[in-house]
Design a protein around this ligand. Structure first.
Ligand SMILES: [Zn+2]
Length: 411
């Protein structure tokens, strides 16, 4: 068994929210960080430290980390690999972990920078940004090679080596367009990891429908070369165009596919039984239903109808199920209110509001406190524009000052 491990970096709060037509409120991003932490995920790429409307949300979440609420998950911000972004990120936020991103393929250097940066400039600017991040005492520095899968290998190695020499901790191999297949990514990551001997992140996209397989093959290449692997995922595979690697599918593939986990070790902290909860929440927050046939969490993932299958599954579940629904936190019945229901929203009054919290068995010490929480709940609903979930309501009541900071925005 290899001594190196596979870790998960979830990028829902960065790549997921970049999805065209979709987004998350800052409260929803916060809940996702909390759920990822509960699930034992190593790191959350929690946002954009140079984007002004993220500032309060990011700082509030860093505060939650300091309070021990968002712990041990690592909260890391995404910026461009230019010194200006490092400067701004460290000025606006208290962020301690950063990933610095820049395009490395000839296609993008020519097609995006249009003569502004040559491939040599890309390395020069990136190393300057890494130097500055070091100087600012950033604890983990990841350097992202955007479009790595279409980058000439010799240049990619040169780029990664320069990042390492300047103190970067990891290289993110970005299959930005989902161009790799499991065989090509294995070959390329093997070459890269063997040459630079530093941990590799696999950031893959699903344009050709292979995202989970390429993520796994890339991780295998890193481990086979003697370095740790960090797979980038998003909840329900949300992300640009055809999306990123679905968190639950990646975990299932690592744990349940033929012979894989005997040789390749996944971060032991991961708790798969939170899968159902996190997938359902992300679906609600994004307003995107979970496909009926989604691995693990789809409505049909454990449904059997045809005669032979139903009979077989009833006799012994292993006949037609690779893993148990209980392992994913499924199987408990859920209560849906079918009669009168009082919800809390942006125009709620104190009576209805107290009824909502009574049902959650949360009591306020006096009217003043109740009024304060009500006002925050109204603001929360202004942001989310849909009924608040029980977990959101509980969070606001438990951490009102943090909630206030998250809701505060002044353009
Ligand atoms: Zn991406």
């Amino acid at each position: 068994m290899a001594k190196n491990k596979i870790y998960i970096i979830d990028v829902t709060n960065r790549d997921g929210v970049q999805t065209s037509r979709l987004g998350l409120a800052k409260l929803e991003k916060t809940m996702i960080n909390l759920f990822l932490n509960e699930m034992g995920i190593f790191q959350s790429e929690f946002g954009f430290p140079v984007t002004r409307h993220e500032t309060n949300y990011l700082n509030a979440n860093i505060k939650l980390a300091k309070m021990g609420v968002l712990k041990p998950i690592i909260l890391e911000g995404w910026i461009r690999a230019i010194p200006e972004d490092v400067e701004k990120a460290t000025k606006l936020t208290k962020v301690e972990h950063l990933n610095l991103s820049i395009s490395t393929s000839e296609q993008m250097i020519q097609g995006k920078f249009k003569g502004k940066f040559s491939s040599r400039d890309v390395i020069r600017v990136m190393t300057k940004a890494v130097d500055l991040a070091k100087k600012k005492r950033i604890k983990t520095i990841g350097v992202n090679a955007e479009d790595a899968s279409r980058t000439e290998m010799a240049y990619l190695i040169k780029f990664a080596r320069a990042a390492k020499e300047h103190g970067a901790d990891r290289i993110r191999y970005c299959d930005t367009l989902g161009f790799d297949n499991p065989f090509s990514i294995y070959e390329r990551v093997k070459k890269l990891a063997t040459a630079i001997k530093m941990p590799i992140e696999l950031h893959c996209h699903n344009d050709l429908g292979m995202v989970v397989a390429t993520s796994l093959a890339g991780a295998k290449a890193a481990i086979d070369s003697g370095v740790d692997a960090y797979i980038n995922t998003t909840i329900n595979g949300m992300g640009e165009r055809a999306g990123n690697a679905d968190l639950v599918s990646v975990l299932l593939a690592l744990e349940k596919s033929s012979g894989f986990k005997d040789k390749y070790v996944l971060d032991k902290r991961i708790n798969l039984s939170k899968a159902w909860k996190i997938a359902k929440y992300a679906s609600y927050a994004f307003g995107v239903p979970i496909p009926i046939n989604q691995p693990g969490v789809g409505a049909n993932a454990f449904a059997h109808e045809s005669g032979i299958h139903a009979d077989g599954a009833l006799k012994d579940r292993r006949n037609y199920e690779l893993y148990d629904f209980e392992e994913l936190g499924r199987g408990e019945s859920e209560i849906i209110e079918t009669g009168r229901e009082i919800t809390a929203g942006e125009y709620s009054g104190i009576k209805g509001f107290r009824n909502v919290y009574d049902k959650l068995e949360i009591a306020f010490k006096d009217k003043k406190e109740a009024t304060k929480i009500l006002e925050l709940v109204r603001y929360a609903n202004v942001h989310t524009q849909k009924p608040l979930t029980k977990d959101e309501l509980k969070f606001i009541a438990k951490y009102p000052e943090i909630a206030r900071q998250i809701f505060t925005m002044s353009p």
